[in-house]
Design a protein around this ligand. Structure first.
Ligand code: SF4
Length: 316
């Protein structure tokens, strides 16, 4: 099917309404585009812009600078963005790719943490390669434009490639991301302003596409943490494993030691579960392992959002 009318409308719309000022659109450096894509995977544009992108690239201006840094340094710069696995992936990618990130999608998808859409975004935005980008916003636009109810990744890739403007892939992809973010909104799509409206099959009932995902209830995980202070130092542990690996936290235990006193309870949501963190002080902490850190050192280590909540609460 020919979509040249839609491509023309999308291009015109982008010229007027596109978010041209985004810093990662002012460059063709694949490294900067890569960092922005990794940050934007789980974090909103305004948060990335306001708090994270500039300090991060000032601290790590090149892929080589990441290769030469420690994972701890990277986690510290990533602190507050969440989903810390992304920072570890970036570090691993730098080890194998520095000084320069490839721009061929087939090479990019072999790197840790780079999926097809991120690989296509890096290629499309750094070299204008005609490949489709399929982030969450673009998925919603495609679901509605093609009146596609089912949430099937493979099918969406087919539709993304079908609609792709191969002559102007850079503008098309940026525009589709912007239309998803600013026009084809999840709850209140602004169809009157949409350049796809003339041929959108889902326009009459946009909220039917895609069909709502089944709501999952987050399981509750209880965890006891110990607050152990001695001579102006606090006992901390560095986490291992995939989830939050490399971040520092208070020592956690299966159950609080005898003669413990609960001093706080913090509720913290992760993507798949809700943690109820119970904080105890205890007179019997000789067996608890960890490292004694000065309070001043806490500024220079990466801690999770839960830990920050705990420190804030206990400070109060
Ligand atoms: S016409 Fe409406 S439903 Fe269709 S893509 Fe545009 S904003 Fe979304």
């Amino acid at each position: 099917m020919n979509y040249s009318d839609i491509h023309a409308a999308i291009g015109k719309w982008y010229g007027i309404h596109g978010r041209h000022d985004l810093p990662w659109r002012q460059t063709d450096d694949p490294y900067l585009i890569y960092i922005s894509e990794m940050m934007l995977q789980q974090t909103q544009v305004k948060t990335v812009l306001k708090r994270f992108f500039f300090p991060f690239i000032e601290r790590f201006p090149t892929l080589q600078s990441i290769k030469e840094a420690s994972v701890d340094d990277l986690l510290l710069a990533w602190q507050g963005l969440g989903y810390y696995r992304r920072a570890r992936y970036i570090h691993q990618t730098a080890q194998v790719s520095a000084p320069r990130l490839p721009t061929d999608p087939a090479e990019l998808v072999k790197l840790p943490g780079i999926g097809k859409s991120t690989a296509h975004a890096i290629a499309a935005f750094s070299t204008h390669l005609p490949v489709a980008v399929l982030d969450a916003n673009v998925k919603r636009v495609l679901h509605r434009f093609f009146a596609e109810k089912e949430r099937k990744e493979k099918r969406l890739w087919t539709l993304a490639e079908k609609l792709l403007d191969c002559e102007n892939p850079y503008i098309y992809n940026q525009a589709m991301m912007d239309i998803g973010a600013t026009v084809c909104l999840p709850k209140a799509p602004r169809c009157d302003l949409c350049p796809l409206a003339s041929r959108c099959l889902g326009r009459e009932k946009p909220l039917h596409y895609p069909q709502p995902a089944r709501k999952k209830t987050r399981p509750l995980h209880h965890q006891a943490y110990l607050w152990i202070e001695k001579e102006g130092k606090i006992l901390m542990r560095k986490r291992e494993g995939d989830m939050l690996g490399g971040l520092w936290e208070l020592p956690s235990v299966e159950s609080p030691p005898p003669k413990s006193e609960k001093i706080a309870e913090i509720v913290h949501d992760y993507s798949h579960f809700r943690r109820i963190a119970e904080i105890y002080i205890s007179a019997d902490t000789e067996q608890i392992e960890g490292e004694w850190l000065d309070y001043g050192e806490l500024e220079n280590i990466a801690i999770s959002s839960l830990e920050r909540k705990i420190f804030k609460k206990l400070k109060q």
